[in-house]
Design a protein around this ligand. Structure first.
Ligand code: FAD
Length: 517
């Protein structure tokens, strides 16, 4: 049984009990990766119960270092989460709603601890939005049953996707494994069910005496960052400047991006120098912005959207939909959470485990300027452009033939927007081992990618200072040209660590023999 079915079963088994619980003294919304007030379905439902029963609403967040470790969460993302919590606490306080936060070292203790808190606060109704990773679904199923045993109604709410996993199936009644027909069906579903794009209201304010009654909870301090996940002071300041936390910043970015760049997105999204994409991924990942709000805003600006409308907005909506697609894939094929390739035949691919090559890739010292620029962008910004995410994942798994799972993990350890489903999906695409992948015989040529998407070499010059003084096209392949080689050598820029043509042949052979074997 899939974990999502385990959760559904727990909800079915406890339905009668959950429906008959009394009001209690307060209602709790358990925040996870949905750190916002606006258009938060779980929070909205909790707020309605509180309002109907004239009792206060309490926000709850439990930080678990084990959860962060299990997902290889980067220090940048941990720091962003803590900063977002600070903003959320301030925003909730404006509605007289406290946000109670604490750290639980052992993540399997979380369900028990939540029940304990509900009992202490005499809470009978608990809400929380569903997360689709395997352990998270199992944790919620356990909590549904534990709560029911104590006469507490915990109802998990589908919120994170525009169209929730399980809602779409092919004509044969199966889960789609290819994006294009899935996206057609996603659009058709929204045409038939426009309410799926209706945004839920922010919670109303708590009753006037709540601050006094819940004063202990209002004093709650932010949890500390797990010890091994600390950023240096310099990194912390840099990321605070680059990614101010919270939903207000997310809205500002969303509106500004759609107004100024939305219409040009279809072409702009592949241009490497400058900013042509929304840079909203950290906000989606932390839940400071809902995918519904993003799509509804783009739809508002793009009048005929269901009939395709403006190409720029439509392309952006289709990118946001990729996030939904990968969550559907994860919910339906949960084994991908277990380091497995999507198709069993890809298990037979013979990978390399060359530590020097892997380190050169991580450090941006492969001698392939486009790859190195991207890997250094990742280190500096905890973010990388989508085009170069494809280039570097293809380079690692095909040119270096290194097991894609090492790259997948390195990304999670470094990205501020690290999201299991999207990251796994992206690595599956780049390494041709995932759902709807790049065909294995289409191997990105780093040089061609560089010439096409960074034609004047601005992206490379920005991130690889050793090559800044190289003029013209030589920037893409410095050692192929006398002047370029002189500059590269003088500044200690490495020669290419592999020969692309030879690596390509090796990758094709390895894939062919795995698929035939
Ligand atoms: P925009 O171009 O403005 O797109 C808007 C939003 O749509 C993004 O914020 C994101 O939520 C979603 N989106 C766009 N492209 C994709 C995509 N291909 N797959 C899924 N969602 C998409 N995205 C993550 O959010 N977290 C990850 O850990 C992650 N890892 C990736 C790893 C690889 C190897 C690859 C190829 C892609 C990965 N992506 C990941 C997808 C994509 O690269 C980023 O979402 C995008 O670059 C974020 O920048 P943006 O917000 O400016 O995107």
């Amino acid at each position: 049984q899939r974990p999502i079915e385990t959760l559904e079963e727990a909800c079915r088994d406890t339905a009668d009990k959950r429906q008959s619980v009394e009001a209690g003294k307060a209602v709790v919304h358990w925040f996870k990766s949905d750190l916002r007030l606006s258009d938060n379905r779980g929070l909205h439902t909790a707020s309605q119960i509180a309002r109907d029963n004239k009792i206060p609403l309490i926000g709850l967040y439990i930080l678990s270092p084990e959860d962060f470790a299990a997902h290889s969460t980067s220090p940048a993302r941990v720091d962003f989460t803590i900063r977002t919590l600070a903003q959320l606490q301030r925003d909730l306080a404006e509605h007289d709603i406290p946000l109670y936060m604490e750290t639980q070292e052992k993540r399997n203790k979380i369900p028990g601890r939540i029940v304990e808190l509900c009992k202490k606060w005499e809470v009978k109704h608990l809400r929380g939005n569903t997360e689709y990773e395997v352990d998270e679904l199992r944790r919620d199923a356990k909590l549904v049953r534990l709560c029911a045993e104590s006469d507490i109604d915990f109802t998990p709410i589908p919120d994170t996707c525009v169209v929730s996993p399980g809602a779409l199936s092919s004509q044969q009644g199966k889960q789609y494994a290819v994006y294009t027909p899935w996206f057609r069906s996603w659009l058709a579903f929204l045409k038939e069910n426009p309410d799926y794009l209706e945004l839920s209201e922010e919670p109303g304010s708590n009753p006037g005496d709540s601050r006094k009654k819940l004063s202990d909870l209002f004093d709650c301090q932010l949890p500390a960052s797990p010890k091994n996940k600390e950023l240096s002071k310099e990194e912390k300041e840099r990321f605070e400047k680059m990614y101010p936390a919270g939903e207000h910043e997310a809205f500002r970015r969303l509106e500004k991006f759609l107004e100024e760049k939305g219409q040009q997105y279809a072409e702009g999204r592949n241009i490497l120098p400058g900013e042509h994409t929304s840079l909203l991924s950290p906000y989606f990942a932390s839940g400071a912005l809902s995918a519904r709000t993003a799509v509804a805003t783009a739809k508002r600006m793009n009048k005929n959207w269901l009939d395709r409308g403006d190409q720029g907005y439509m392309t952006w909506i289709s990118e946001v939909a990729w996030r939904d697609f990968y969550k559907h894939v994860l919910a339906h094929w949960p084994f991908i959470c277990m380091n497995k390739c999507f198709k069993p035949e890809h298990t037979n691919i013979e990978w390399e485990y060359d530590t020097e090559h892997f380190q050169a890739w991580c450090d941006g010292k492969t001698g392939f300027p486009i790859v190195d620029a991207a890997m250094r962008q990742l280190r500096h910004c905890a973010w990388m452009h989508n085009r170069t995410r494809m280039v570097v994942s293809s380079f690692l798994s095909k040119d270096l033939m290194i097991d894609w799972r090492r790259g997948e993990r390195y990304f999670m350890e470094n990205l501020i927007d690290g999201d299991f489903a999207s990251n796994h999906g992206g690595w599956g695409f780049g390494s041709s081992t995932g759902v709807d992948p790049q065909p294995y015989f289409r191997i990105f040529n780093p040089l061609r990618q560089s010439e096409r998407f960074d034609p004047n070499g601005e992206y490379i010059r920005h991130w690889v200072p050793e090559l800044r003084d190289i003029e013209g096209k030589a920037i893409h392949d410095p050692y192929s040209n006398q002047d370029g080689a002189k500059v590269a050598e003088k500044n200690g820029y490495p020669r290419p660590i592999v020969d692309h043509a030879e690596s390509r042949t090796r990758a094709l052979d390895r894939f062919k023999s795995a698929l035939q074997g």
